[in-house]
Design a binder for this molecule. Structure first.
Ligand SMILES: Nc1ncnc2c1ncn2[C@@H]1O[C@H](COP(=O)(O)OP(=O)(O)OP(=O)(O)O)[C@@H](O)[C@H]1O
Ligand SMILES: [Mg+2]
Length: 314
């Protein structure tokens, strides 16, 4: 028996309601601070939004949450107000350019382990209500390897490590990858070279880093691409705008667009792909609870962050 078009449409609609949309979760990290994570997060988020994706951008840098400042937005509340019940998730979300939604997370996110189970359930529910409306979640993490950064990277499907051409940036990126892989079971990283000065610099940085990781670590490193040093990006910052909005034909804006297209071709890591926002929040909560145990075990393994200087960078 042939199904009518109408029946097929109905079945499609039903499937859309029942099956959550696949959600890509990307954490933007770096070993060293100041390498461009926040600008990368914002500009990738906006480039994806311009591809008609629904993008959620989580400002999770506890030290210096500044996406709102860079985009000239007013944020009065953050995730801690959702946790305390003073505000709903909808109320703290700020609308950015190209309809991206920004969640100021700052302090709230670090307190997940201390929540009562009712508070945890409330948070998971709040996020799961957003679930079907989001295609991509981008997380601007802080620099380095704090517990929160570790948790975000573990709860994400993909981790972008931003580097630039400075010895400390490469050794810190190596140390970050080493700790994430050896102690936290994250083995896939995408390396993005920022502020490059010629066409070869990004690839060369990637080669330098992957030479060390290939030799000493069991990880898969891929090259996410290069964003050139661009005065227009700095000019855009002065105007509290993202470069892809303010100067869409500038070298850095074009690079962000190229990288966005490349991200579309990243394969989903089935072992980490969970596709739903509420699972992401659940993983965050679980990681946070586990964290104290992890730290203890890490500390007993002396030399966690120390590498043998003659053998390994970082
Ligand atoms: N492609 C670029 N071209 C020129 N300047 C850049 C570029 N990317 C970043 N910058 C400069 O680097 C500065 C730091 O960038 P950003 O705030 O994004 O770094 P971050 O890694 O988020 O820093 P933090 O670790 O403090 O959070 C920017 O204010 C800007 O001046
Ligand atoms: Mg930042």
């Amino acid at each position: 028996m042939q199904l009518s078009d109408r029946a097929i449409d109905q079945a499609d609609n039903l499937r859309r309601i029942v099956e959550p949309k696949p959600l890509k979760i990307i954490a933007i990290s770096s070993g060293k601070g100041g390498v461009g994570k926040t600008n990368v997060s914002i500009n990738l988020a906006l480039s994806m939004a311009k591809q008609n994706k629904e993008v959620l951008l989580l400002d999770a840098d506890l030290g210096m949450a500044n996406i709102d400042v860079l985009l000239g937005l007013n944020t009065e509340y953050d995730l801690s107000h959702v946790v305390s019940g003073e505000r709903t998730l909808e109320e703290i979300i700020v609308e950015g350019p190209s309809n991206i939604k920004i969640i100021p997370a700052s302090s709230g996110i670090s307190k997940m382990a201390n929540l009562t189970s009712a508070e945890q359930a409330g948070l998971i529910n709040a996020f799961s209500e957003l679930g079907n409306a989001v295609d991509v979640l981008i997380i601007d993490t802080g620099a380095g390897i704090s517990d929160t950064v570790v948790n975000f990277c573990k709860a994400s499907q993909d981790v972008i490590v931003v580097v630039h051409d400075e010895p400390a940036s490469i050794t810190d990126a190596y140390a970050f990858i080493k700790v994430m892989s050896r102690h936290h079971n994250v083995s896939r990283f995408h390396v993005l070279a920022n502020m490059t000065h010629d066409v070869h610099e990004g690839r060369n940085l990637f080669k330098k880093l992957s030479k060390a990781t290939d030799r000493f670590l069991d990880v898969i490193l891929t090259f996410a691409g290069t964003v050139p040093f661009d005065e227009k990006l700095r000019k855009a910052i002065q105007h509290q705008r993202a470069v892809v909005e303010a100067f869409p034909r500038s070298p850095s804006a074009l690079a962000f667009k190229r990288i966005t297209r490349q991200i579309d071709s990243w394969e989903n890591d089935v072992s980490r792909s969970t596709g739903q926002l509420k699972f992401f929040v659940e993983r965050m909560i679980q990681s946070d609870l586990l964290q104290s145990t992890m730290i203890q075990s890490d500390m007993t393994q002396s030399g966690m962050m120390q590498s043998t200087p003659q053998q390994e960078p970082g």
